[in-house]
Ligand binder design. Structure first.
Ligand code: SF4
Length: 392
């Protein structure tokens, strides 16, 4: 399938559907699948389901019919990313003299690749937190393997992502830290999961809503908005405020970082500390921002970068629509609506997050959290042809 709009340069998408069907048919494999935030806003588009009906709970139901053993939510590990990345930012702010600013988010592999290849001088300013996909995979093959009492190698870890660059990310050897060979074995795009649903002849109009499995199926509204430009920044600021003051801000206190503009900036006050933020989406905007920082015309403390215009909602693995921008905006609106409807809107209040720190990780930035949930961006070299079997 030719992809014309993937912002990270993929011309032909690697099709991994058969690998997943093989895993489902293998009685020795335990299939554990995670669903990314932005997928829930788009999966029904090419299946004839309107956005109201195409809930993530109906997608869970479709995956259960297909035979996946455990179905979890990447919003759980988006919350985990916030705990680690938010804590990392606060630690850097406390020691401003000895750290370089801005700190850049690192959950978008398209952006990380771009920074490594075009601006190696800023790589040490990227957060060391892994992306939610990779954090989930590491947790699935350690903490969850322990809960199941199985060898991590028996777990076949699959993710459904709005993204083609994620297929490359899961192959980076130094980003895989569980005892198994890879933390995430296969990445499916939204388009691929839609094809699987069609090929299994599942009537999506008849699906009843079903819940995620537990305990990795609980995510907050903060985790859901990871799929929208500005969402990672907003989620991080909500928890950073709590980490600094011990009190929650109003959930919508930082809504000025929302919106479809390609470059947004704001100054946030956290207990008297002024945090200068920028949110950019689209690599052209990222390029302009870095040039402006290097020229000294702008100054920030914390910058969110997403390679795709509009963030993951407009990702290269999402269904392709004629008027792509409008679709991206509708998906983004849906994610903010889901955030508003969420019972829990702060990552640090996710009960499964509290539990995993109590039972396994100890605390954000602990030795164990560093080992499983952080990475060294200098430890891998840029491959020549990262996403494709071959180029067209
Ligand atoms: Fe992937 Fe695009 Fe999201 Fe980056 S912004 S993680 S490239 S879908």
């Amino acid at each position: 399938q030719c992809i014309t709009h993937c912002p990270v340069g993929a011309l032909r998408e690697r099709d991994d559907v058969d690998k997943v069907f093989d895993a489902l048919a293998d009685p020795d494999k335990i299939t554990v699948i995670q669903i990314a935030p932005a997928v829930r806003a788009a999966w029904g588009e090419t299946l004839g389901l309107d956005r109201e009906k195409a809930t993530v709970k109906r997608l869970v139901s479709a995956l259960r019919k297909m035979g996946f053993d455990y179905i979890f939510d990447t919003t759980f590990s988006a919350d985990l990313t916030i705990m680690e990345e938010g804590s990392e930012f606060i630690e850097k702010l406390k020691d401003k003299e000895n750290n370089k600013f801005p700190m850049y988010t690192s959950c978008c592999p398209g952006w990380v690749r771009y920074a490594k290849s075009h601006y190696p001088e800023i790589v040490d300013q990227l957060s060391t937190a892994k992306s939610p996909q990779q954090m989930f995979g590491a947790v699935a093959k350690t903490y969850y393997a322990d809960i199941l009492g199985v060898d991590p190698d028996k777990i076949f870890s699959i993710s459904v992502m709005p993204c083609i660059a994620k297929k490359h990310e899961c192959d980076i050897p130094t980003i895989n830290d569980s005892k198994a060979e890879k933390d995430v074995d296969v990445v499916l795009t939204t388009r691929e999961i839609d094809r699987m649903i069609r090929s299994e002849h599942i009537n999506v109009h008849m699906l009843k809503e079903e819940g995620f499995d537990m305990p990795l199926g609980i995510g907050t509204g903060a985790g859901v908005i990871f799929g929208a430009t500005g969402g990672v920044m907003e989620a991080a600021l909500r928890s950073a405020h709590f980490l600094v003051t011990g009190k929650n801000p109003k959930p919508d206190a930082f809504k000025e970082v929302r919106g479809m503009d390609g470059w947004k900036e704001s100054t946030i006050d956290i207990a008297g500390i002024k945090v200068r933020t920028a949110v950019v989406s689209g690599l052209g905007n990222a390029d302009k921002l870095i040039k402006a920082i290097e020229a000294g015309t702008v100054e920030y403390d914390f910058v969110e970068v997403m390679a795709c215009p509009g963030g993951c909602s407009g990702g290269g693995g999402q269904p392709i629509a004629d008027k792509e921008e409008k679709y991206t905006e509708k998906r983004v609106d849906k994610l903010y609506e889901l955030d508003q409807m969420s019972e829990i809107r702060f990552s640090h209040e996710n009960p499964s997050i509290t539990k995993i720190y109590e039972e396994y990780l100890e605390a954000p930035l602990s030795h164990k959290a560093h080992k499983l949930l952080h990475t060294d961006h200098d430890s891998w070299d840029m491959p020549l042809s990262p996403f494709m079997e071959d180029e067209v």
